[in-house]
Design a protein around this ligand. Structure first.
Ligand code: ADP
Ligand code: ADP
Length: 240
């Protein structure tokens, strides 16, 4: 698996307002590093930068205004030198809020791995507790697909994103509060599944609470766009 490094990363969505103030972060190959911290600290921003989310030109994006400095590397390569396609092949992301394609759930799960067999799709769907949904396809799919997208709850969409990522099987994984929208009945089982997926992968986990990232190789506490603490779970607990 490749290693991932953030080196002196500064970033702001607007010129006047920096969000990240020189973040250094190393995820050794095959390890899991967790970023925790208060809401608004910049955790998701880190995840989106690694995925080069902002290259796609979002509404309201202004390149000139996004004063970015520092670099992010994957296996020593600056991600700006990689093609978007190759970066996205290497990285799987389960975001907090998933936007699904206006198509079947099966299509949404297969996205990124159109070659996958039906068996593989079902296995991923089962692991993400979403099999009942794709089994309704194709006959029942109109019941869940609306004109303006899939009529699924936040938790269901999150499970579709998890199934897609399980199927994609990428060497690098980003879990951005990946189970935050799930009800507790699904949460524990799916967390176990995500841990299994993360085991041999280079993984960036973003979580609210320290208690959910007990077994991370390192935990980084981000506050106001700065790393204020880092260490293993027990060390951080000992420091209070
Ligand atoms: P966290 O994940 O730690 O809750 P975020 O990275 O989502 O924090 O957000 C960090 C800061 O950046 C917040 O103040 C948020 O309002 C701001 N922010 C996030 N996304 C955008 C955006 N697309 N445009 C402008 N500001 C944003
Ligand atoms: P909370 O809101 O309770 O902090 P989140 O859902 O925001 O929880 O984030 C916790 C996430 O971190 C979960 O998706 C969980 O599966 C994931 N996670 C924690 N530790 C690991 C690990 N070692 N490997 C993979 N995923 C992990």
């Amino acid at each position: 698996a490749p290693d991932v490094r953030f080196e002196g990363v500064h970033f702001g969505y607007e010129r006047e307002r920096a969000i990240l103030h020189g973040v250094d972060l190393v995820i050794p190959a095959g390890r899991t590093v967790a970023v925790v911290g208060p809401s608004g600290a910049g955790k998701s921003t880190l995840a989106r930068l690694l995925y080069r989310f902002y290259d796609v030109g979002r509404p309201g994006d202004d390149d000139a205004a996004r004063a970015a400095a520092g670099r992010i590397t994957v296996e020593g390569h600056d991600i700006r030198d990689l093609t978007q396609a190759s970066l996205r092949r290497a990285i799987g992301i389960v975001p907090q809020d998933t936007v699904l394609f206006n198509d079947t759930i099966e299509y949404n799960i297969r996205y990124g791995r159109p070659d996958a067999t039906d068996e593989e799709v079902c296995e991923a769907a089962r692991a993400a507790h979403i099999l009942a949904f794709i089994e309704r396809l194709p006959q029942g799919w109109k019941t869940v697909v609306g004109e303006r997208g899939l009529k699924l709850s936040g938790g269901e969409k999150q499970r579709v994103a998890i199934a897609r990522t399980l199927l994609k099987n990428p060497p690098i994984l980003i879990l951005d509060e990946a189970t935050s929208a799930l009800d507790s009945a699904n949460e524990r089982a799916i967390q176990a599944e995500l841990r299994r997926l993360a085991r041999d992968r280079t993984t960036l986990v973003i979580a609210h609470r320290l208690s959910t990232v007990v077994d991370a190789h390192e935990i980084v506490v981000l506050d106001n766009g700065r790393v204020v603490e880092r260490g293993r779970h027990a060390e951080l607990l000992a420091q209070g």
